[in-house]
Design a protein around this ligand. Structure first.
Ligand SMILES: Cc1cc2nc3c(=O)[nH]c(=O)nc-3n(C[C@H](O)[C@H](O)[C@H](O)COP(=O)(O)OP(=O)(O)OC[C@H]3O[C@@H](n4cnc5c(N)ncnc54)[C@H](O)[C@@H]3O)c2cc1C
Length: 345
């Protein structure tokens, strides 16, 4: 267990903003989390669980204790009866390292989710997804410790209530459990999933032979589209793509025939939030050190010395302009620590 009081969070957020918290405690195993909870009996609202900080906007000082489940280890278990392999990884394993490790072992399943920043423990929180695959497609179970009781609990897929960038851990169980390990189902045989736009184009004439090929393609596409947080602070997509009813979709389509949207079943459509922001004229918009990325309108960036508040200010501008023009209220995908309510009001 490593304890820092008070702690700088600058190295722990991919926006790269200056931020602090009262205390940061990093645990290496489940037992030490349980021991600490038993000894300290902390109030739940005094805690925040930190992963790799790639989906957070921190606003200055948080008067909270940040807990990190820095549990390592990756284990594979081949299933005798069929093609399946189960992989169990500790919450503190870097997600992309897990993807690469599984590919090196010759297993497929995670290739479309290559290069997503962050740790394994955070992956179920928003059901990470990219290029036509979501965590829930591979998910078997997770283990988590209930902060109020210190008890270990196992969650199967149906318990997690996965949805688009959503799970029970963002709703009823928000801030109540620290995830310690995740188990996923991989495959010994490649079942390529290359139907998603840019991947389809790339593999148009070429047969896909290995999962590594798909992974390399995903990495190349991501690197060409998304700013690297090590070069330009960001947290990936700042807003979720809004989902609207067929009626709302038709109204928007009548007004904007070039609207970018996808049917998502049961009469609903997902609208490309990046398109809305770009159409609102905000791609490349900049206020001092914070702004909207010039190539990818869904990504807000720190040009070097922005504070969390500077980035929040740009986010508010984007939200207000999109609401005014399209009547759609964008919801943040990132966790805003300190001022979440401004987006839900
Ligand atoms: C350049 C870039 C590209 C991105 N691309 C994608 C993408 O394609 N698809 C996608 O889905 N996301 C994407 N993201 C967002 C981000 O990578 C994911 O949300 C990731 O899962 C966050 O992991 P983290 O460890 O950094 O979590 P953090 O940002 O530290 O935390 C995120 C949330 O998870 C909670 N949490 C973290 N660890 C635990 C734990 N062990 N137990 C319980 N709760 C926990 C935190 O409390 C917080 O609510 C991108 C981000 C960046 C910077």
């Amino acid at each position: 267990m490593v304890n820092s009081v008070p702690a700088s969070l600058k190295p722990f957020n991919t926006f790269g903003v200056e931020a602090t918290c009262d205390e940061l405690i990093s645990f290496n195993d489940e037992q030490s989390i349980q021991n600490w909870l038993k000894a300290e009996k902390p109030a739940l609202d005094s805690l925040f669980i930190l992963g790799g900080g790639s989906n957070l906007l921190l606003l200055g000082h948080s008067p909270l204790t940040f807990l990190q489940a820095n549990i390592k280890g990756i284990e594979y278990c081949e299933q005798k009866s069929d093609n399946d392999v189960l992989v169990t990884a500790g919450a503190g394993v870097n997600w992309h390292q897990l993807v690469l490790d599984s590919l090196d072992q010759g297993y497929s399943g995670l290739e479309n989710l290559s290069l997503i920043p962050g740790n394994v423990g955070a992956a179920p929180i928003q059901n990470i997804g990219a290029y036509g695959v979501e965590l829930q497609d591979l998910f078997v179970s997770l283990r988590a410790i209930e902060l109020a009781t210190g008890k270990l609990k196992e969650f199967a897929g149906e318990d997690c209530q996965f949805g688009y960038r959503d799970s029970i851990f963002k709703k009823e169980l928000r801030g109540r459990f620290v995830i310690t390990q995740v188990t996923l189902r991989l495959s010994k045989k490649l079942q390529p999933n290359i139907e998603y736009g840019p991947l389809k184009q790339l593999f148009n004439d070429e047969p896909v032979v290995t999962a590594k090929q798909v992974s390399n393609a995903v990495i190349a596409i991501r690197q060409s589209k998304l700013p690297d947080p090590a070069q330009l602070g960001n947290a990936g997509s700042f807003f979720k793509n809004p989902v609207v009813t067929e009626e709302q979709y038709q109204t928007l389509l009548d007004a904007f025939p070039e609207l970018v949207a996808y049917p998502v079943g049961s009469g609903h459509y997902k609208i490309a939030a990046g398109w809305l922001i770009e159409k609102a004229g905000l791609k490349g918009y900049r206020e001092g050190e914070a702004g909207v990325h010039e190539k990818q309108a869904l990504v807000l960036v720190n040009y070097g010395h922005a504070s969390g508040q500077d980035i929040l200010q740009v986010a508010k501008q984007v939200r207000d302009k999109v609401l005014e023009l399209f009547g759609i209220k964008l919801e943040p995908e990132v966790w805003i620590i300190g001022e979440q309510q401004i987006f839900s009001s």
